[in-house]
Every structure is written in C-alpha cells, then in structure tokens.
Design a protein around this ligand. Structure first.
Ligand code: BGC
Length: 420
C-alpha cells in the first residue's frame, strides 16, 4: 500500500501543455499532450528497449530514455519550452513526494543495476542534464495504474480505481487521508498504489499455489517476490500452461505421453497462444496449428484438453483479479459509509484487452463478490502516459486553486485590518 501523492482526479478544468514518458513494458513511449477546453491532443513516439538494456546498467537505460525524449523534443520543436513532465514508471516505488520516488524493486523482466533504492526522478533528470541540449520542467511521477485512473478520470469522474492486467498486474484507488498513516494530514483523499502483484510474498497464498506456480516463481529472475502477479499476468500465464501440458504428457494424459523439444524449452508458449486457443470460433483450428508448430503429435482429444487447460488457467487469473478488485471497491464503499457504491474502474493491459473471455469472467465474478458495488469498467484508450500528463495538469490546478485561496484569505485579512 504505497501513497502516491496524487490527491485528486481530474475535474475537467485542467489546461496546458505537457510532456509524458511511459516506461513499464518492452516499449517506451514519449508523448506531447495538449489539454484544452474541448479535449486533449497528443503526439507520441514509441522507442524500443532492447532486451540487454532491460538487464544492463541503470545509467545506460536512463541515457537511452533521455536520448529518445531529446529526439522527440527536437522533432516537436519544444526545445525552448522546458515543459512539465509526467513520468509513468510502472514498478513498485516508495513515493516520497510527487517528484521523488525510490524504486523498491524491478519486476516484469527488468533488472538494471544501480537503480533499486535510488530516486528514479533524480536518475532521469541527471540523464537529461548529461546531454546539455534540452531541459525539462517539474516532473510528476506516477505508476501506470495511476496514469490509467487519471486518463479515464478525465472522461468519467466516477473513475476512482485504476487497474492493469497486462505483462504485470496492479491496481490503485482513492483512499481517505485519515487512513493514510504514512502521510501527514487527515483531510481529503490520496491515491494509493496497492502493488497487489506482491500479495502472497509473505506466504499468504501458499494454500492455493500449485506446483506449477512454485516452478514459475523459482525459474523467474525475481524469485520469491510478486507471487500474486505470477499467478495472473501475461508474463507468466503461458508458462503455467506449458508446465501443465508437460506434466499431463508425462502422466500419459496428453500427446500419447510424448512432448517436443520446443515445448520443453522455457517460455516457448507465450500467453498470446492462450487467447488464440480460447477464441470461440477459430480456437479449435488455432489450437491445432499451434500444437503442430510446437512439434507435437496431437489427436482431437488432445486439442480439447489443451483448450480446457488454457481456459482453466485464464479463468483462475480472472477470478483472482476479481477477488482483489472486489476487496478494493468494497473498502471504498465502507470508507464512505455507503450501503451502495457506484464506481468506475479505469483498466488497461493486454490480458484484459486481448483475451477473448477474460474481461467477462472478471466482471461476472466481481458482481458476485461485491454485491453492494455497482462497478463499471472503462478501458483506457490513451494508455497511462497521457494519464501522467493529467497528474501534472491536476497538480497544477490544485496549486493554482490553493494560491487563489491564499490570495483571497489575505484579501480578507486586509479588509479586516481596515475595519478594525
Ligand atoms: C509493477 C506495478 C505495475 C504493474 C502493471 C507490476 O509488476 O510492480 O508497479 O503497476 O506491474 O504494469
């Protein structure tokens, strides 16, 4: 449960020009967002992050980010402006302030040296300054869940939860300040990053973990942590299925007891295969093609069993997410002392978006588990990068509002002095 220093969702009155960076998966996006009265305009560019850079020195990664940002700023003719920048950084961070955020640990295949325990905003600024050819304005750092909540919040002001089910999984929500012990003050609300992917790291999920979950964790680059994520998200689901297929074959229940060299290779069964196999109309044919591609000898019963394995693993993921989401929504309801809560969840992530049945299964289970909450789901169209720009826009609006308030307070003081 990490405070994010985001104290409000958009109210529609935000305006201005912002830069945004979005780092969290294999790609990295740079954006220029104009927030205007009649909506937002965005230009963006995607830069790839080579695999070796994901596990190399941190300085190299931040130099690469600063170089991509620099090229974009030049191409957009923004060099002279030093615009405020929203930085979506989708890893667990201990946020000290909106512009100070310490990386707790890498997840999702990243493992750059020299970054854990460091302030990521400082590392970004240092990389920009090393270049000496452009500068940036104030930085607001956010998790991708927060970016998603904020970008959906611009369209739907009931959006007070952000959820990602993609390469990794996580959610954030608006908590009452009186419950946020790590930050001073009791008034208002603050967005909390739950980092629910780390649920189970203390052994809480041991009763429901299978031998396949244990194996996926053991062979990952961050063994022992993000246990819930490893049962749910796109980076791991395909691998769980692969291990299950190997076991069923070893027990003589699939492929006549035989497997293939390809299937025995780790990561040879990407999560995308599950989506293809579970497709309603084309799933059977897709399964046949994929099994052939994997070098397996199959018969029609094998095809049915493999599809059933995929459906079991993806339903378990959807149901686990639903349990976590229902808990968060019901907490918000109880916090506000309501019998009934109407709320919107801003969602993003490839598993949620692309898997043919995942979203329906999740929604049906949430309805069952949180009957006092009426939850709508809004898929983020803009990605979390735009949301980071919205965080910057909202914090500028709040600063302006509090300045206006202070000004009007001092006007009142002046008048009182005049009268007494
Ligand atoms: C990270 C979260 C992030 C989630 C979704 C997880 O691995 O720890 O910070 O929000 O992935 O991208």
């Amino acid at each position: 449960m990490l405070p994010t220093f985001v104290r409000a969702t958009p109210d529609g009155s935000e305006r201005g020009q912002f830069l945004a960076l979005d780092l969290g998966g294999t790609n990295f996006r740079v954006l220029h967002v104009r927030v205007q009265k009649d909506g937002q305009e965005t230009d963006s560019k995607i830069c790839a992050i080579p695999q070796e850079m994901m596990q190399g020195p941190g300085e190299q990664l931040f130099d690469h980010i600063a170089a991509c940002l620099g090229d974009f700023i030049m191409a957009q003719n923004l060099k002279e402006q030093s615009l405020p920048l929203g930085f979506t950084f989708s890893f667990p961070c201990e946020q000290k302030e909106i512009d100070k955020s310490i990386l707790i640990r890498w997840t999702k295949g990243f493992n750059c040296s020299g970054v854990e325990g460091q302030d990521v905003v400082k590392l970004l600024k240092e990389a920009v300054h090393r270049r000496r050819d452009y500068d940036i304005g104030p930085v607001a750092m956010v998790n991708d869940t927060v970016g998603t909540m904020m970008s959906c919040g611009y369209k739907d002001q009931r959006c007070e939860i952000g959820m990602i089910i993609g390469t990794g999984t996580n959610a954030c929500y608006m908590e009452e300040m009186r419950n946020v012990q790590r930050v001073e003050g009791n008034d208002g609300r603050m967005c909390i990053n739950t980092e629910w992917g780390g649920f189970g790291d203390d052994g809480y999920l041991d009763d429901i973990r299978t031998e396949f979950d244990v194996e996926v964790d053991r062979t990952s680059i961050n063994a022992g942590v993000h246990i819930f994520e490893k049962m749910i998200s796109g980076m791991y689901l395909g691998e769980i299925v692969r291990l299950l297929l190997l076991r069923l074959a070893a027990d003589g229940l699939l492929f006549d007891g035989r497997t293939s060299e390809v299937l025995r290779r780790p990561s040879s069964f990407p999560t995308k295969f599950m989506s293809d196999m579970e497709e309603k109309d084309t799933g059977q044919e897709n399964t046949q093609n994929i099994l052939t591609e994997l070098g397996l000898n199959w018969d029609p019963v094998d095809v049915r069993v493999v599809r059933l394995v995929c459906a079991t693993v993806s339903s378990r993921s959807a149901h686990l997410c639903a349990a976590a989401l229902a808990t968060v929504a019901d907490r918000i309801r109880a916090n506000r002392g309501l019998d009934h809560l109407k709320i919107t969840v801003g969602v993003d992530g490839t598993v949620y978006r692309k898997h043919p049945t995942f979203s329906q299964r999740l929604q049906a289970m949430v309805r069952l588990l949180a009957p006092q909450c009426d939850i709508s789901f809004l898929v983020s169209e803009d990605g979390s990068g735009k949301g980071a720009a919205m965080v910057t826009a909202v914090s500028q609006r709040l600063a302006l509002q509090s300045r206006l308030l202070e000004d009007s307070d001092s006007d009142e003081e002046q008048q009182q002095k005049l009268y007494h």
